[in-house]
Ligand binder design. Structure first.
Ligand code: SAM
Length: 256
């Protein structure tokens, strides 16, 4: 079956029930939770588990014990965060702004050596401070820290370089822009920056390339060399985003 046919078939299975805004939150919330659960299962099912390493499987087994683990994100994203943090060394640092109940933060704590700092001021949603702390403490090691404060306050005393940064807090254009401007001072040379919910219009307008500037030195030849290294190390899907254009893609297409 063609992929488009498969997608249409799956989409046809979705039924929408109209929920009037005046309905009680509890009803909407229960339905939402049910949808999330199925979404999570589907995402897990669609992960290509044949290419999983033992530590990926171990991560998925462990992360499931956290309370409400399927609330804001999905296993595919969690595996990606976990893989990135497993590659960081003991003296490297993962900072997660916006923790909620801890999924993204804890994904960086399982089977990893890096220092982890998680920041949340519990200003949104159901303010799950207690659940976050319970979840966090299940995996906490001596180099894992939780900061119950606004990220602006957190950065006022922060001094170290950051190697992996997740921003998943308030998504207004102003906040998206401001957090990158502040955190930029601390990014290490090869820092990986993950901006959540990039399909959101305000998030996109706070585009890291616009705020932090762009690199002109990554020409198609250099990009080819990078991609070749990734391929030789086992990458099976190669691509690019942000500043990568057709000339870069033409170059890496030669690696087929
Ligand atoms: C989308 S949730 C984070 C989800 C989380 N990354 C996960 O994997 O489940 C956003 C969180 O950002 C927090 N937040 C919003 N504005 C903030 C700020 N200025 N400083 C710190 N945390 C903030 C909220 O309290 C909320 O818990």
């Amino acid at each position: 079956m063609e992929l488009s046919e498969h997608i249409l078939k799956e989409l046809n299975k979705i039924k929408f029930n109209y929920i009037h805004p005046e309905n009680k939150r509890s009803i909407k919330y229960q339905i939402y939770k049910k949808i999330r659960k199925n979404f999570f299962k589907n995402d897990l099912f669609n992960l290509n588990q044949d290419s999983f390493e033992e530590l990926d499987k171990d991560y998925l087994k462990k992360v499931k014990i956290i309370k409400d683990y399927n609330h804001m994100s999905t296993p595919a994203i969690g595996v990606m965060f976990n893989k990135i943090c497993r590659l960081l060394k003991k003296d490297q640092i993962f900072v997660n702004i916006g923790a909620y109940k801890g999924f993204s933060t804890i994904s960086g704590m399982i089977n990893t050596k890096c220092e982890v700092h998680s920041v949340d001021n519990f200003s949104e949603y159901d303010k799950p401070e207690k659940i976050m702390m319970q979840n966090f403490n299940l995996f906490k090691k001596e180099n894992h820290y939780f900061h119950n404060q606004d990220y602006e306050l957190f950065f006022k005393t922060w001094k170290k370089k950051i190697d992996f940064y997740i921003y998943d807090a308030w998504h207004s254009y102003e906040q998206q822009y401001k957090n990158l401007e502040i955190a930029n001072e601390f990014f290490s040379k090869n820092c990986l920056i993950y901006i959540d919910d990039y399909n959101d219009h305000e998030v996109q307008n706070g585009n890291p390339n616009i705020i932090l500037g762009s690199r002109k030195d990554i020409n198609p030849d250099k990009f080819y060399d990078f991609a070749k290294k990734f391929k030789n190390n086992g990458a099976t899907i190669l691509g690019g985003c942000c500043e990568i254009g057709p000339s870069h893609i033409n170059e890496i297409a030669k690696l087929k």
